[in-house]
Design a protein around this ligand. Structure first.
Ligand SMILES: [Zn+2]
Length: 153
């Protein structure tokens, strides 16, 4: 199933992990690709893309079906689910030392450069955060906003 690119020489900090198992490896960020980037590069409005900032407590609580202070865990699950249902997409998982929603233009720019490296210039961004749309547009992508549908457990 894994047509994902392996380590990109331009972005050595990116590792690839399996979208279905959801097992991130060590690194500044990982990118998970479901499907074929070459096909995504020429597809209409582009692939579904999610920029997910790591939130260890939020994700752990979601896995344990415990209430959390934030929506990070359910958002990650929802994004993964929407990409899997679509059959293709790209999920960036950005490691942050200071918790969720602190990733900035620099990290988002790296994600944009990864996509542009594979000639993906249009994306359908799964987000409810207009800052992410702006950051990717600023980095040169054509972004269509795609609402993230979070089902609360
Ligand atoms: Zn969180």
């Amino acid at each position: 199933m894994n047509n994902a690119p392996h380590f990109s020489p331009e972005l050595p900090s990116y590792a690839v992990y399996d979208l279905l198992s959801g097992d991130p490896r060590e690194g500044a960020a990982t990118v998970s690709v479901l499907g074929d980037l070459a096909a995504m590069a020429i597809a209409g409005d582009g692939p579904l893309v999610r920029l997910q900032t790591a939130c260890v407590p939020g994700e752990a609580r979601a896995r344990a079906a415990m209430p959390a202070d934030c929506d990070c865990g359910p958002q990650l699950d929802a994004a993964r689910q929407q990409i899997i249902e679509q059959g293709a997409g790209v999920l960036f998982y950005i490691y942050q030392d200071y918790g969720h929603n602190r990733a900035d233009e620099r990290e988002y720019g790296q994600c944009a450069r990864f996509l542009l490296h594979y000639n993906v210039s249009r994306v359908r961004l799964l987000t409810n955060n207009p800052r992410k749309v702006e950051a990717l547009e600023h980095a040169g992508l054509i972004v269509k906003h795609e609402p993230l549908v979070v089902r609360r457990g």
